[in-house]
Design a protein around this ligand. Structure first.
Ligand code: ADP
Length: 297
């Protein structure tokens, strides 16, 4: 609903800009046809019209950018507030119950496990917000060290297996062998974990995720994460990498998130001289996310 409203206002401003330029051009051509003899005025007229056209174009670009920024701001407030508030509310409720009622040992253990899960969720949201802020700082340079990518991906797979309680048959890893990339270990780890975490998270109850490393050529190595989940419509394949963007629809309300994960993946890829992209045959047919990084020479 909100997204449609924003898209409509963006379309309105673009249409307004195009219409104004068209009217100007028509007036201008008419004016030239009527006054083609007065040369000097003609040159001045040309300059004036060009200036006005530039002004309108700049104005339209500025308005569209402002609308996008507002849209991102709203999305940030909604997603992050929800993602911060829900686990805190849940932890509070369990603590209140433990404080006011006698709870048997088994229930107590269950409460502690849920509270730990909630605090993990809280921590991961906070880490994502902080990392997004750090990556957004233009002055920040990449702290490069040698990374053993095979070992890094393996540890990310283990981490997601533990977090989502899935086994090796549901989340498998196929390696192309040892590979070293130069980069910021923590940033690359965050990017790879986000991809694997999304694949499991969006697969729902039937998780069949494969993580692969592939040597694209002698200069690059690609981490590919494929799932058999809900897939992504073609027109959304690029948009999902935008900051705070979540594909609108029932999936977004059922599965919670901040819309920061893929933005982090793309930013980390670019900062390391690589790229990130998504492939999908369409809704219901699974998706593959790829992160391509240059290998250390
Ligand atoms: P979040 O998962 O917190 O919403 P992301 O930036 O990680 O944010 O993902 C952006 C959007 O891309 C998600 O909201 C979801 O709609 C879509 N998406 C990401 N990964 C997958 C996937 N494996 N399968 C289907 N949709 C996905």
């Amino acid at each position: 609903m909100e997204v449609t409203r924003h898209r409509r206002s963006i379309a309105f401003f673009i249409a307004l800009g195009v219409a104004s330029i068209s009217v100007l051009l028509v007036l201008y051509i008419g004016w030239i046809l009527l006054n083609w003899r007065t040369g000097l005025l003609l040159v001045l007229g040309v300059l004036l019209v060009l200036m006005i056209i530039c002004g309108i174009v700049l104005n339209t670009v500025f308005l569209v950018r402002e609308i996008r920024r507002n849209e991102q701001h709203d999305a940030f407030i909604n997603a992050v507030t929800h993602e911060l508030k829900t686990p805190v509310t849940s932890i509070r409720l369990y603590l209140q119950t433990l404080q006011t009622r006698a709870v048997d040992e088994q229930k107590r253990k269950e409460f502690y496990r849920t509270m730990l899960d909630d605090s993990d969720r809280l921590l991961s949201t906070i880490e994502q917000v902080l990392l997004t802020g750090r990556l957004g700082a233009a002055s920040r340079s990449v702290h490069r060290t040698k990374i053993d990518l095979d070992e890094l991906v393996r540890s990310c797979v283990d981490r997601v297996r533990k977090a989502h309680n899935v086994g090796g048959e549901a989340l498998s890893y196929e390696t192309c062998g040892p590979a070293t990339v130069m980069g910021d270990q923590e940033d690359v780890r965050a990017a790879v974990t986000n991809l694997i975490d999304n694949a499991v998270k969006y697969s729902g109850s039937e998780v069949r995720v494969t993580v692969r490393t592939e040597r694209t050529d002698e200069r690059f190595i690609t981490v590919r994460v494929s799932d058999q989940g809900p897939g992504i419509p073609r027109e959304e394949l690029k948009r999902v990498f935008r900051r705070f963007y979540r594909v609108p629809g029932p999936l977004a309300s059922r599965i919670k998130g901040t819309g920061l994960g893929l933005y982090i993946v793309r930013t980390v890829a670019r900062r390391h001289g690589g790229r990130a992209w998504a492939e999908s045959e369409g809704p219901g047919r699974g998706s593959t996310f790829a992160l391509e990084l240059p290998v250390a020479q």
